[in-house]
Design a protein around this ligand. Sequence first.
Ligand code: GZL
Length: 335
Amino acid sequence: MTAFHYPFATAVSRCLAPSKVMIAAAALALGGCGQQSGGGDQLVVGFSQIGSESGWRSAETKAARIAAEKRGVNLRIADAQQRQENQIQAVRAFIAQGVDGILLAPVVSTGWDPVLREAKAADIPVILVDRQIETSDPGLYLSVVTSDQVLEGRMAGDWLVKSVAGRNCPVVELQGTVGSSSVVARKKGFDEAISKAPNLKIVRSQSGDFTRSKAKEVMESAVKALGATNICAVYAHNDDMMIGAIQAMKEAGMKPGKDVLTVSIDGVPDIFRAMAEGDANATVELTPEMVAPALDMLAAFKKNGTQPVKWHQTETRLYLPDTAAAEYERRKNLY
Ligand code: GZL
């Protein structure tokens, strides 16, 4: 039996099995007893969260708990340990509990239609957060809260084109989780931006799965394969992978932030600290505050039937070392 790591559903993992009967048992184990959970007018919302692979992801979960508390929403968060099958199982458990709404941060962009059809059949609205899905029926979800991730990649690429100012620049790219919408979009935007500069060339592009540890390994092998002096810049799809790459470059005697330009995405405190210390050059901010707007749209829909926008776009901003120390102080307690 798959071991699940759902904080709220320890009892659920004891009675889980791949059958509808067991999903109903899961509801019972949660005291749902098949009734509409929550009672009264308190919203009960299930949140299928990807995991805690990065500082940004953990901040999103922290912000979600604060947002739910502020709104008096009973938010049930299921940690999928970055595995789609765990997310699908969690969504089915939420459906069995009869929650008022489901939030889903989809780890990959495909394979969601069947379980979203089950949610629709149960008349439970779904809102996507921080990543998109590919679907034959956009009516399967109410709205998506996320940034323009092509713009994030384009902003990163534009900054690098300006920063290298025409000199020959071999680039190492650290991609996020294979199959995620973030990777496809961030790569698309970056490639578009650097296509205008023939002096910039991606010489190695590999997935670091959005984690520090995997990215450190990938960067170590890139340095071995290319040679420390043959890497002009590193582009990472998130800051956590850049932190891992910075460690690898320093261990190889390189000077990230000086001899090797770095640009990444998220805006987590540690990248601001690295910029303030001269080890990194740029980050494109992604707000972790994704669940608050999702809960507000869900509440308006459930209470007044208000149809939300299909895409609630969060803003995108480039940060450089000149404000890094102040930004680190401002953010260090949010993460
Ligand atoms: C992007 C989000 C990404 C973050 C990473 O919207 O899905 O997932 O950039 C996280 O830090 O792992």
